[in-house]
Design a protein around this ligand. Structure first.
Ligand SMILES: NC(=O)c1ccc[n+]([C@@H]2O[C@H](COP(=O)([O-])OP(=O)(O)OC[C@H]3O[C@@H](n4cnc5c(N)ncnc54)[C@H](OP(=O)(O)O)[C@@H]3O)[C@@H](O)[C@H]2O)c1
Length: 263
């Protein structure tokens, strides 16, 4: 049990990545405080975890609402006494941000992913860090995508948003690591089990005439093992990064693109 009795808060638990991280952390013994913008999908993950013998509580928290995040973290401290891990897995629907060439993109559509992703990560990280400082330990985590480091057409403000999160991971770390808090990110390739990847494919399909199968094959052909990653593989790495065994890792985003992106 690599996360035994660690108190973990997850934002965006109702999503593909948030749910997989929650289940993996629970299997490793973490006490989970699960949050999301809508209650039902978060509660469903919490119920599964509790039914499997784990510890999880669900709450509706908008990760862009500073007061709501703060109130929730205070309730975690009141119940569990501490916060050891904060994981931001928040994501917004691709339909709102992808598919329009940059020269035709309006300012609101360009800035939506940048403000949403950067702001939500900043708020959840900052408020968790304030609690972690008291214990002199903690791990702040998030997820990005390879758009942070390579040009991809028709993704609007998503690439700058991912780059901003990776920069924030470094900057948080340089300020927080002296206080015992590590800050690490994961940068997975697309995981076809998640609805998000199918949503992201739709505008590309329209532009290129590719089928879903052809698109997956194209993405897979860019990886060294010629296949895409599973949610379970990503969650296994996240467990290690959240654990004390990764005490040497901070200020970095782990490249889980399976060779698609050189370091
Ligand atoms: N899936 C992949 O293969 C993959 C690969 C690389 C990177 N990523 C990135 O990883 C992140 C998560 O991906 P995903 O596939 O898990 O996305 P997802 O299935 O769309 O999940 C995102 C979750 O975030 C929640 N959310 C959105 N705004 C929120 C807010 N303000 N406060 C609280 N929760 C909020 C959503 O809740 P509601 O639905 O209730 O709004 C949803 O449950 C995204 O940034 C995505 O781009 C994904």
């Amino acid at each position: 049990m690599r996360l035994k009795n660690k108190v973990a808060v997850i934002y965006g638990t109702g999503g593909g990545i948030g749910g997989a991280i929650a289940r993996a952390f629970a299997r490793e013994g973490a006490k989970l405080f699960l949050t999301g913008r809508h209650w039902a999908p978060v509660e469903s993950v919490a119920k599964d975890i509790v039914a499997a013998g784990g510890s999880a509580e669900a709450a509706e928290v908008d990760a862009l609402d500073e007061r709501a995040v703060d109130r929730h973290l205070q309730s975690v401290i009141d119940k569990a006494g501490r916060v050891d891990i904060s994981f931001n897995a928040v994501g917004i629907p691709n339909a709102k941000i992808l598919g329009v060439p940059l020269v035709e993109l309006d300012v609101e559509q360009f800035s939506l992913p940048i403000t949403t992703y950067a702001m939500s990560y900043f708020l959840t990280a900052r408020l968790a860090a304030r609690r972690m400082v008291a214990n002199g330990s903690g791990v702040i985590m998030t997820v990005t995508a390879l758009h942070s480091r390579t040009g991809i057409p028709l993704v609007g403000g998503y690439g700058p948003a991912m780059a901003a999160k990776e920069a924030l991971t470094r900057d948080l770390s340089v300020e927080l690591a002296p206080l015992g808090i590590r800050v690490v990110g994961l940068r997975p390739q697309g995981m076809p089990e998640t609805p998000t990847i199918k949503d992201a494919f739709a505008p590309r399909a329209k532009a290129s005439g590719m089928t879903w199968e052809q698109w997956q094959e194209l993405l897979a052909s860019r990886t060294h093992p010629r296949r895409l990653m599973t949610l379970a593989e990503m969650a296994d790495v996240a467990v290690f990064m959240a654990s004390d065994k990764a005490s040497g890792m901070t200020g970095t985003t782990v490249n889980l693109t399976m060779g698609s992106l050189d370091d």
